[in-house]
Design a protein around this ligand. Structure first.
Ligand code: SAH
Length: 269
């Protein structure tokens, strides 16, 4: 990764005033029931070390990710730079650097930091990403509140991110513009169709899982590119990470760890 990429997240980003609402063990579980998050919120006492900008807690989060085996330095650096607390409701900001998913509205959640780190680490092991040291042209399906899109922006040349739920698309737009994150193109649409005009993509990453990978994603993957997405496992019940590399002789599919993402749904709302 080049210096200028991490440079998109200077410490001064944190200085932007937040709005009231700015904006493998065995199974990776990015999602968590809302009741559970609310209970944890009630149990939380003093926000520890969030301070004005969260730099200290963020660096502790990254230390924990390292201790848990995340080794991809560009991913760790990007996660150390992106203020995750600015992507959740201010009432949940004191939980933002715990390894937990949090509600972002409409029954959706911001993925756990460890899951984001693991997915992006897989992306970095693709042929093009390894050769270039960054993720190139990226397609993200499932923008949610925009957190992972912001991390991706620090690791790539350009990001196209699609969200099917209008209010979340707007929320992500507000978060990313408040923080001055670029270059990210946010699209309100059905990510199952990908976004052909922005392709082909060196990296495709999905934050929602369906039965199988939509054909549009495979078609829009560039030669040398890598796709990382949750999909139904062979047992027809659990979900696994599927990694697809596009080579000159076709698409090579590898199955990764068991995961638990929200469902990939068709159409927009
Ligand atoms: N990337 C987010 C995770 C959001 S959760 C983060 O940084 O934490 C996954 C999101 O995928 C939800 O917001 C859900 O609405 C969205 N989603 C599900 N199916 C989709 C589809 N077909 N197209 C676009 N977004 C979709």
């Amino acid at each position: 990764m080049t210096k200028s990429r991490t440079g998109r997240f200077p410490a001064s980003l944190d200085a932007v005033a937040p709005g009231a609402r700015a904006g493998a063990g065995a199974t990776l579980r990015p999602q968590r029931p809302l009741a559970e998050a609310a209970r944890d919120q009630r149990q939380q006492t003093t926000p520890t070390g969030l301070g004005l900008d969260g730099t200290a807690v963020r660096s502790r989060m990254v230390d924990r990710l390292r201790a848990d085996g995340v080794v991809c330095e560009p991913v760790l650096q990007a996660m150390a730079a992106v203020p995750r607390h600015r992507f959740v409701d201010s009432a949940l900001a004191n939980q933002a650097y715990e390894d937990t998913s949090l509600p972002i509205g409409l029954g959706q959640t911001i993925s756990k930091p460890s899951v984001v780190a693991r997915m992006l680490e897989w992306c970095f092991l693709g042929e093009t990403a390894r050769a270039r040291g960054h993720l190139g042209q990226v397609l993200e399906i499932g923008t949610g509140c925009g957190y992972q899109a912001a991390v991706l922006a620090a690791l790539s040349r350009h990001v196209v991110s699609i969200e099917r739920l209008g209010p979340l698309h707007q929320l992500a737009r507000s978060h990313l513009s408040t923080l001055g994150v670029h270059p990210v193109r946010l699209i309100h649409g059905d990510g199952m169709r990908g976004h052909a005009p922005g392709g082909p993509y060196d990296t495709i990453v999905a934050a929602a899982g369906g039965e199988d990978l939509p054909p549009a994603w495979l078609e829009q993957l560039a030669l040398g590119g890598r796709l990382v997405a949750p999909a139904l496992a062979a047992d027809g019940r659990s979900q696994v990470l599927v990694i697809v590399d596009r080579r000159a002789d076709g698409w090579q599919r590898t199955v990764g760890e068991t995961v638990q993402f929200v469902p990939l749904k068709s159409g927009i709302a």
